[in-house]
Every structure is written in structure tokens, then in C-alpha cells.
Design a protein around this ligand. Sequence first.
Ligand code: ADP
Ligand code: 5GP
Length: 194
Amino acid sequence: MPARLYVISGPSGVGKSTLIHQVRNTISDIGYTISHTSRPPRANEQNGKDYHFVDRGIFQQMIRDQAFVEWARVYDDFYGTSLAELDGQINQGLDVILDIDVQGARNIKNTFEKVTLIYILPPSFQTLEDRLRHRATDNETVIKKRLEKSVKELKNCEWYDYIIINNDLDEASKKLEAIITAQRCRSSQMIEAV
Ligand code: ADP
Ligand code: 5GP
């Protein structure tokens, strides 16, 4: 049965990685694609766990080799989901979560049939700024750029299937779990499965 892809997008610092981590602890049979990026790793990030960190030249060669199912320039760097990474998850019979930006979300929606789009919003712009600063992984220029972009991109949440406001982490995780569970119980999905 073809896998369902769950695309999670939202502004930087809203809590996407945290939510995905939490949900993967409760729903065991769901995969996750580790993206490639040309961005340098943050102090707490590990190559092959958080991202596959590659230099720009390698990333561009991968584009030419058609190694990506989708890729985008986000902020000043390249980010992409490799075909090998996605296939690796799907071939294990897993549904897959992708943490990708709105350009990637559009591409995945246009390429695959079974896609659920979920947008994560902060309770307020101030909370988003506080989280980005509290995370303490980015310098002031990077934080400013990310905050500006998040305002510009907010309207995109309209074309997503679901919106979750990440105020209380446990509550938001439960909502994400509920969306995945509900998708799995859809009659079309159940009829396909039996
Ligand atoms: P993203 O992946 O969207 O960039 P992160 O998952 O790195 O965001 O979260 C940004 C920061 O906000 C982290 O320090 C994380 O611990 C914190 N955080 C995430 N969700 C919540 C929440 N519901 N309440 C308070 N802090 C949160
Ligand atoms: P960060 O640098 O904060 O880890 O991620 C920046 C942005 O890039 C986030 O919006 C994240 O969702 C997005 N992103 C991460 N991986 C990919 C990917 O493989 N493809 C696309 N299109 N966006 C990605």
C-alpha cells in the first residue's frame, strides 16, 4: 500500500522538530526523512541525525543528478529531500513525516497522491521570537531574517489541510497524533488496507 506523507511546515522556532520528535516517540511506525542542507550545523546538531550536512557544490551536483524529490532555497541555503532518503523510509512500509518549507510542501503535494499538509503556528509572534532567542542557536541577523520570513509566509497556512497552534507542547503533540490517527482511520485508507 502506498505510504502517506505528512508534511509539517511553519516558521523557524515554532517547534516543528520538537513536535515531530515527541510524536515519533508515541507513534512507532512512522518514518522521518533526514534532509540534506548546505547550511552549517548548529552546535547541538549531528550530521546524519538532524540533517545530512553537505557543501553547496555537493548539493548542486545532487540537483543535477536528480537526487532530490524536492529541494528549495530557504533563507540563504539549500535544503532538499533526497529520493534515497524517502524511498528508504517508504520501503520499510512506513508512513513518513517531512519537515519542509512551503515551497517543498507544494512540490510534494504536486508529486505524490497521499499527502497531508500540516502547518504549525505559534500562539503569538512574541512567543516565536522568544523561542528563537531561547533556543540560542542562531545569531541576531539570522533570527531577524527568520522572523521577517515567518510574517511573509503566514498566509500559506490557508492551503494546508490542518493548522496546529503550538502553545502547550503536550496538547499540540496530541493534536498531531490525532491527525495521523484520523488519516489512518479514513474509510478509503481502511478499505485499501484490508
Ligand atoms: P523548529 O524546528 O520549528 O525550528 P524547534 O523544535 O527547534 O523549532 O523549537 C524551537 C524552540 O522552542 C526550542 O528551544 C524548543 O525546545 C522550544 N519549544 C518548542 N515547542 C515549545 C512549546 N510548546 N512551548 C515552549 N517551548 C517550545
Ligand atoms: P532550519 O535551518 O531551521 O533547520 O530549517 C529552515 C527551514 O528549512 C524550515 O522551514 C524547514 O522546514 C525547511 N527545510 C528543512 N529541510 C527541508 C527540505 O528538505 N526541503 C525543504 N523544501 N525545506 C526544508
